[in-house]
Design a protein around this ligand. Structure first.
Ligand code: C2E
Ligand code: MG
Ligand code: MG
Ligand code: MG
Length: 286
């Protein structure tokens, strides 16, 4: 219906608020349509590196929407809309299946020790049949559960802790890895870490950005690394862009790195051709 409105748009564009809501409604409509079309969405993959071995350990799948008029719409624009409208369940399942299918192809080519990470939104995590969906997708794509990691956020974990614990334990029992994304930015207490069987803390980019100049962010990063070490969890830094940041992190014992310093998120073909061939010992670990 947004198209019909566009002839009278001067009436609606009289305030910023109305302007935004009409654009939002149109975008929601487009999102709904895009879900029923092929090739509207795609996944890019950003490598995760281990500085100790100088090898790729896997990659994060990040969704891209190729909008017919607007071009590439960033996930931070449409993921919240997908959450508000409930479309996130279908969209999230598409992401999960696409990422597992792709990872299984890489697995078959010999990249057997990579893990693909998939972001789960709170609504997707809280859907009742999440564990069944994950099991079905692993079955359909033939990907071993050990090669899948789910990235959850802290804010998801503070709600409904009992059900959340049960769900995470069931996922872990399948063999899947769990990481806490954007760690340090949520409102949760740290207590949950002892109850949830998580594998990895992912230090948020906002701390990494000025890690070498801002004492507070350096201290927070230090604390997260120490916390991870004492709880025997892995720790990875995201949004790493410079050698100085690498030096800082390596000096503090954080060896897992994701960020533009190594690579931007890439389409799957490019990930292999332009990055993985230089940064993995494919075939040696069969
Ligand atoms: P995130 O999960 O924290 O993902 C990391 C974001 O930081 C990605 O943005 C990535 O491109 C960006 N990034 C990584 N390294 C650097 C760097 O060195 N410099 C800079 N400037 N940026 C860097 P992207 O792809 O735009 O995704 C943004 C957010 O959208 C994600 O944050 C995640 O919360 C959400 N998202 C993306 N894909 C999905 C998805 O499939 N499902 C769900 N539920 N959320 C998703
Ligand atoms: Mg993430
Ligand atoms: Mg993150
Ligand atoms: Mg982030």
């Amino acid at each position: 219906k947004a198209k019909e409105l566009s002839g009278n748009q001067f009436q609606f564009y009289s305030s910023d608020i109305d302007n935004r809501s009409i654009e939002t409604i149109k975008l929601e409509n487009d999102l709904y349509k895009a879900l029923n079309e092929e090739n509207s969405f795609m996944l890019h993959y950003q490598p995760k590196m281990n500085l100790e071995t100088n090898e790729m350990i896997g990659m994060e799948a990040l969704i891209r929407w190729d909008h017919p008029d607007l071009g590439l719409v960033p996930p931070q624009t449409f993921i919240p809309l997908a959450e508000e409208t409930g479309l996130i369940t279908r969209l999230g399942e598409w992401v999960l299946k696409e990422a597992c299918k792709q990872m299984n192809q890489w697995y078959m080519k010999g990249y057997k020790d990579w893990t693909v990470s998939v972001n789960l939104s709170p609504q997707q995590f809280n859907q009742n049949n999440l564990v069944n969906v994950v099991m079905r997708v692993l079955n359909e794509t033939h990907l071993p559960a050990e090669n899948l990691e789910l990235e959850l956020t802290e804010n998801l974990i503070i709600h409904n802790t009992c059900k959340t614990t049960t769900t995470i334990k069931k996922l872990k029992n399948l063999g899947i890895k769990i990481s806490i994304d954007d760690f340090g930015t949520g409102y949760s207490s740290l207590g949950y870490l002892k109850n949830f069987p998580v594998d990895t803390l992912k230090i948020d980019k906002s701390f990494i950005d000025d890690i070498t100049t801002n004492k507070n962010n350096a201290a927070i990063t230090d604390t997260i690394i120490t916390l991870a070490n004492s709880l025997k969890l892995d720790v990875i830094a995201e949004g790493v862009e410079t050698q100085d940041q690498i030096d800082f992190l390596q000096g503090r014992g954080c060896y897992l790195i994701q960020g533009f310093f190594f690579s931007r998120p890439l389409p799957p073909g490019q990930l292999i051709e332009e990055f993985a061939k230089k940064h993995s010992k494919k075939g040696l670990k069969k």
